[in-house]
Design a protein around this ligand. Structure first.
Ligand code: MG
Ligand code: MG
Length: 655
């Protein structure tokens, strides 16, 4: 399909927007009229700029408050339209978007609206232009696509068609199933936008909080599938009004935009192929409005008339095979000492670099202080941090190929003789993601690059019972959240959980977990809306790159035993207020003796249904990141209710 994007979706001057759109390899764009009005050049200049960049001007938008007007206003509107047609002809823009009328002057008269749009289409036809009519969710009389289609049908002019916008349909919880019955050639344009579910005025929601497909909570796959079943073969476009995107570097926004379309196409291709082949859907419908799968015949004919992006299949990820920290020599000593206190053994020294491998249970942690390495460069730029993540998968090369197809940069690190080259990509913000053959194999894989330490010099005599990496939490700059959400879904195949707002003493933290189906891989995305929280300080310390691991949660089978061992070996934990434990007794049916034992070890607890989550937080390493010790049973979240207690305690320790 032809891929397009509205200029309103990006930051920058019009020229900068178009350069970013072209660099992300869009075919064309929707020209948002205010961008043209403020452009310091003529329509002809813009046409040649677009031409030089290889972009078509697919749509001119919006033309407002046109239809259903009293006769005198209608005549003035036609004059207004003729002037815009002049501009469109100079631009070479073939299609004008007319959005449904919001004016108090407009009349609730579909016949009148159809007649007036017919006249507009007739005028457009004389210049070989076309008109697309779109229902705005807050239109005065026309809010639904079915109402807009009714008027377009009545007008019955070949130069007048329907424009669909997923936001307007899904924000009103309207059922998109009826779209499949509209003749595809009567749909002139398709705009896609996702959004987080919010209980707010739809106009405010639309103007400030839309985002790209895969970044929000709408069922866009179902919507898009209905449009394709209708037989639509025109442009697939994005029209996003988002406060954060207005300030995000537009090259990144454009890549996110293209990634979102490639992902949407590939997901719907998968749905249609499964329907064609009679394979049951992978997951239950995302929402009640999700339409049933099309018949095998309908799916087959739909696949025949459009070409949808077809990347390598998503590779199931088994978990985190290793984490690599970038530090200097001093940091390597200090972090190594902390890991040994945590019960890790120093199992190997890299063959050619100042890199040490620590292990406990299935957890592999690599400390890299090699001068001149990327890990070291990252330390120099932002202090001690996780610079690389190893993700276990059955087919690493395919996982990297899918990521590259979905526009992640590949990463090739320098390697010495006999060292393993793992396929790798760069995650948003610069963290390197290596794909490793599988969790079970990863130890063997890592061993290939490391000279084993003799057992006597490994450090830890007994482990503390830590088994696996339960989750890692990332502290992200505000403009990285949507980027990461899409990356996690599209590239890593993870599914988001509930999005929460947590109270730090100095501001709110927005937090959302993403995980694989088996829950063996969990990431938590945290954004500080305030500049004054610890999370924000850690993010800003990472500079322009923005975003890094802010804690690492390690699981154990018996947290009381593990915590006793860790405290005995000198690990320092964030102290929790006695009031927390008194409140816990009031809130949850837990035995007092258990609570007092938790209190003595600074262990926190959360419950959900029959599930239970015990956890504790170490003090920060270098004010950069900390470890969380967790024990979970039938529990699918991250103890968010306790995060404020932790953040308050950290803040009081800082004060
Ligand atoms: Mg729209
Ligand atoms: Mg956590």
């Amino acid at each position: 399909m032809r891929r397009s994007i509205a200029t309103v979706s990006m930051s920058g001057t019009l020229r900068q927007k178009l350069e970013a759109i072209a660099a992300a390899r869009f075919d064309g764009f929707e020209l948002f009229e205010p961008d043209f009005i403020a452009f310091n050049g003529s329509a002809k200049d813009l046409r040649s700029l677009a031409g030089d960049l290889g972009l078509g001007i697919d749509l001119y938008q919006p033309f407002r408050d046109f239809e259903g007007m009293p006769d005198d206003v209608f005549r003035r509107n036609l004059d207004r339209a003729e002037r815009k047609f002049d501009v469109m002809q100079e631009l070479g823009a073939p299609l004008m978007l007319v959005c449904s009328n919001t004016s108090p002057l407009s009349l609730n008269d579909a016949e009148r609206s159809a007649a007036q749009l017919h006249e507009l289409a007739e005028r457009a036809a004389r210049r070989n232009l076309r008109i697309g009519f779109e229902a705005l969710a807050w239109g005065r009389w026309v809010k639904l696509y079915s109402q807009a289609w009714n008027i377009v049908e009545r007008a019955a002019h070949p130069h007048l068609g329907l424009i669909l916008d997923s936001f307007h349909t899904l924000s009103l919880q309207d059922d998109p199933a009826g779209i499949a019955k509209i003749p595809g050639d009567r749909i002139f344009f398709l705009q896609m936008a996702d959004a987080p579910l919010m209980a707010m005025d739809v106009l405010q929601w639309a103007r400030h909080h839309r985002n790209f497909p895969g970044q929000g909570q709408f069922d866009l796959e179902n919507f898009f599938e209905q449009v394709l079943i209708a037989g639509y073969t025109g442009p697939l476009s994005l029209e996003i009004f988002n406060d954060v995107f207005r300030e995000t570097p537009n090259r990144r926004t454009a890549v996110d935009a293209m990634r979102s379309l490639l992902y949407l196409e590939s997901q719907v291709r998968g749905r249609l192929e499964r329907a064609r082949d009679g394979v049951p859907a992978e997951s239950p419908p995302a929402s009640l409005s999700t339409s049933p799968s099309p018949s095998s015949e309908v799916a087959a004919s739909t696949l025949n008339h459009v070409s949808l992006f077809d990347p390598p299949d998503a590779q199931p990820l088994a978990g985190i095979a290793f984490l690599e920290f970038g530090v200097d020599e001093e940091g390597a000593q200090a972090l190594g000492a902390l890991l040994m206190q945590l019960g890790f053994a120093r199992v190997g020294q890299h063959r050619s670099k100042a890199v040490t491998l620590y292990r406990q249970g299935e957890i592999n942690l690599v400390i890299n202080a090699q001068p001149g390495s990327e890990a070291r460069a990252r330390f120099d730029a932002q202090g001690a941090s996780v610079c690389a993540i190893g993700l276990a998968t059955a087919d690493p090369m395919r996982a990297a190929n899918r990521a590259a197809a979905l526009l992640s940069a590949r990463h090739d690190s320098p390697r010495g003789p006999n060292e393993l080259q793992l396929p790798a990509i760069v995650a948003p913000g610069g963290t390197v993601v290596h794909f490793v053959p599988s969790v079970a194999l990863s130890s063997a894989v890592l061993d290939a690059d490391f000279v084993p330490e003799p057992p006597g010099s490994r450090g830890a005599v007994t482990t503390s019972g830590l088994k696996a990496i339960d989750h890692i939490a990332l502290g992200l700059a505000n403009d990285q959240f949507d980027t990461w959400m899409l990356f996690a879904r599209a590239v890593l195949g993870l599914t988001p959980g509930e999005s929460l707002e947590l109270a730090d003493p100095f501001g709110l933290i927005r937090s959302c977990g993403v995980a694989n189906a088996e829950r063996s891989l969990r990431l938590v995305l945290n954004v500080s809306l305030s500049q004054r929280t610890r999370t924000a300080r850690q993010v800003s310390a990472t500079g322009r790159a923005g975003g890094s691991v802010h804690h690492i949660a390690l699981s154990c089978a018996d947290i009381f035993e593990t915590m006793a061992t860790l405290r005995a070996s000198g690990v320092r934990f964030v102290p929790i207020s006695a009031n927390y434990y008194d409140d816990l007794l009031a809130r949850l049916p837990i035995a007092e003796a258990t609570v007092r034992r938790m209190q003595s070890l600074d262990i926190l607890c959360d419950r959900s249904g029959s599930g239970e989550y015990f956890h504790a937080y170490t003090e920060s390493f270098d004010d950069r990141f900390f470890f969380e010790i967790v024990q979970r049973r039938d529990y699918d979240a991250y103890g968010a209710t306790n995060a404020p207690a932790r953040m308050a305690s950290q803040a009081q320790a800082d004060a």
